[in-house]
Write a protein that binds this ligand. Sequence first.
Ligand code: IMP
Length: 437
Amino acid sequence: MPNTVLIGAQWGDEGKGKIIDVLTEQVDWVVRFQGGNNAGHTVEIGPEKYVLHLLPSGILRAGKKCVIGNGVVVDPTALVEEVKGLLDRGVDLEGRFFLSDRAHLVFPWHGLIDTAREQAKKSGERIGTTKRGIGPAYGDKAARIGLRMGDLLDPDFDALFNALLQEKNAVLTAMGAPPLDADRVLAGCRQAGEFLQPFIVDTLPLLHGALARGEPVLFEGAQGAMLDIDYGTYPFVTSSSTTAGGACTGSGVPPHAIEHVLGVVKAYTTRVGEGPFPTELHDEAGRRIQEAGREFGATTGRPRRCGWFDAVVARHACMLNGIHAWALTKLDVLDAFESIQICVAYECDGRRLETVPANVRTLQRCRPVYEEVPGWQTSTAQATCFDELPAAAQAYVRRLEAVTGVPVSILSVGPRRESTMFLASHAAAESGTLSMP
Ligand code: IMP
């Protein structure tokens, strides 16, 4: 498999964890490059279900090497818990998990500030964050006051930590939150540092060695293009670069090392948290999607808002990422519908828009322009190849390719590894010889 970036092309929760798990069989390395434990990747293997927040999903495939890159923000206590959870379930991490010494740390005050900021906002202004401290941690990184994984092992860590906590306690007090106990937090950090020490390395030469030897690498995106700090529905976004470019800055590899970009989209759209969502359904259809798709957040358990597929959003993600092919997930969730809508454009203030406007207030006023297609009202869950799908389901997939200008190379009709089809376009997409539909 070529070096591939896999990214979410909607608002996250596209089913990336499962696709990554399936593709990991064909690579040697899997790399997380942005986000933190706001992510929740669910992987089902036989009767076992795993939810990963920080570790790359590739960790569940024996022998595969996994990297948490410099672009990730890491809550060390949460990572320890996750690592221990896997060790308890018999997953062997020896010699195959590497944590960048340049990855920034998420401390307890980040979560408290995140929560206090959200509480201080009026309804309608809240982002609906995961309250994991992601925004404040990236804020400190940009402000050049953050501490990094490597600092945890530095003899000066206590002094660096205490200076920072003094400032953060002043912030917390000003926000009406109780200050943190320095000794308790520091002890927790030291403990986590000791546990994580064997994994903390300079991942840059490691990854470049892999590239030089031609060992295939899969870069695992978290969240989705519409949550990107620059090109998402700002300010209702996360605080990292969720696009393919983020794979370079977040892991230290050059752009030409990336040979293939795979976008993951659901056959419909969901969003968790606040912010504009043009195709959101507030009716029975939305409830049916939510129920059939088990649309509840893997990290916070919040119900996800549900709506029809939005081709304007998908095309936006194509521009940002240079998507070669789609992995289309959860097609089976639409099995029972008599008819299905596809949003092909927006209408706003009497004008037709083909692209996502930058201004969030303009986007709030956008109404979807729908194209209706027939449903198939047959189960697709048992299909093992494209030809076994009902004709209307095949037509729906082909229509999504046409309105987005990108072919589907992987199709998923259920949560298990076996419910994954590789379409004829898969090999061509990977070798770069695929033409647009
Ligand atoms: P934060 O990343 O916790 O700051 O949250 C910012 C926005 O991104 C909120 O709307 C969250 O619900 C959303 N978000 C963050 N991580 C994920 C994810 O993994 N899946 C879906 N939405 C997410």
